[in-house]
Ligand binder design. Sequence first.
Ligand SMILES: Nc1ncnc2c1ncn2[C@@H]1O[C@H](COP(=O)(O)OP(=O)(O)OP(=O)(O)O)[C@@H](O)[C@H]1O
Length: 589
Amino acid sequence: MSSLSRLFQYARRYRRDVYLASSFSVVNKFFDILPEVLIGVAVDVVVNRDASFLAALGVTDAFSQLLWLGLLTVLIWGGESLFEYLYQLRWRNLAQNLQHELRLDAYQHVQKLPLSYFEDKSTGKLMSVLNDDINQLERFLNGGANSIIQVLCSTVMVSAVFFYLAPTLAMIALAPIPLILYGTFWFQKRIAPRYAAVREAAAVISGRLNNNLLGVATIKAFTAEAFEAAHIRDASEHYRATNAAAIRLSSAIIPVIRMAILSGFVVTLVYGGHLALTGAIGVGSYSVLVFLTQRLLWPLTGLADIADLYQRSMTAVDRVLDILQAPLSIDYHGKPLPHDSVSGQLSFSHLTFGYGDLTVLHDISLTIPPGRTVAFVGATGSGKSTLVKLLLRFYDAQHGEIRLDGQDIRQLALTDLRRAIGYVSQDVFLTDGSVAQNIAYGMPEVGRDAIVAAARAAEAHEFIERLPQGYDTPIGERGQKLSGGQRQRLALARAILKDPKILILDEATSAVDNETEAAIQRSLDVVSRGRTTVVIAHRLSTVRHAHCIHVMEHGRLIESGTHDTLLAQDGSYAALWRLQTGERSAELA
Ligand SMILES: Nc1ncnc2c1ncn2[C@@H]1O[C@H](COP(=O)(O)OP(=O)(O)OP(=O)(O)O)[C@@H](O)[C@H]1O
């Protein structure tokens, strides 16, 4: 499907607006052509007086003819102005509405896309599509669409007048038009891939800038400023080079078209003049033809610009619509799961999963009774986080299944499933609001008391009270004004406030001080009450009281049991425990 029909298909709700705006453009153009015709009529009046065209219509007195002309001029200009206002209003509002809707649709769709989609794309590139590319659409609808319609209309209307007044001359004067149109399409076809390359290059810059601005602390710490500046320079130079290729082509088209127009104009001037001199056409007709050639042919130079704008916008539209049509590999629909009906029993059976060809979980089977606290421990990269990502259905397993209260989670409504789970991930996401807004994230109706209670349970209340504005302190983009531990506390408070039946805590690191560790344990005791709690822990001492500890290695479950039974087994867990407590003794010594 062509880009324009894709856009039309998407914007079918706005068809009425498009038709209305188009008809205003047509009427405006009609009024716009008429003054040139009036000039011819005026010349006709003063030259031919009572033998003029208007006299034939019944206005015999020359001065009355001029008065009529004056009145007509006022009406025509008034009509032109009115319809200009109307088409501007329609097209520009249409641009705003469509852009707004497309932006929201695209964003909402992006939010539902599977995580794997984002892993293959850079954030900056997506940003450039969701922002710059959508804005291109506005530029096209604000001016381009109207220009295309008006060029077409003036061609048809002026040609009609030409053929009416001087058919032979019309054939010659209009001869360049097919050439101009062919040239424009030729140009458009060749420029399209160049614009696609330009948009792609712009997205690469945006991607790198985004990445570097996020990592500015690391850049400084590694004194990598020069390296990164060179990185950006490469991207910018590539952008400049791809643009230069587009500019070479797009700059040539207007001069070429102008030469084609020149031939039409010269023919009208010379051959039309000859016809007037020999009396084959009247002086009035000659002047109309000379003016109209200008009116007809010059806008065609604009055609190249419009084609340019059109192509740029359509490239952008394609990119946005490609995102909108990216398949949601995970179905959001399913059986409803009322929050209060969840008891929180989880069972994983024969679960095997890989990212692409890399299998990271092998045949995992285990059951977690409702209300219990279980821990997953094991070396980094052993698949612990992946297991909870499957539970949240960020991905679906290739083999095996996960059941919640006996129901396959793939059968459940996805939002209900996720609502039942509180998830504190390794990389905490905080928004650019206050502490309180971040705790009540996604729950705007929650009152301050509940927020404070959640913060207390997460052992976050004390540090929040010490902040300059307490719960109303803004925490900066991504919570930059907080420490890593504080961000974790806030994330925990947020999960507690959600009061989920299942709580998942994915600890980012084992590097916590003793005080934080004690705080983690205290809050774990409080928050795990009455809900199924899954803790991914690096520091074994934080989970030694768990009802069951599962030890993972290379994507397999190698040991399961309580702290004491696992120590008694003297396997991997016992070795890990000895290692960590040994380290601790060494630290204390
Ligand atoms: N999105 C992904 N795409 C490809 N491979 C991935 C992806 N996420 C994780 N992996 C790989 O899957 C394996 C398991 O990762 P996972 O995050 O589950 O480990 P983990 O046990 O939670 O590690 P850690 O203790 O360091 O958090 C690792 O080898 C990792 O490289």
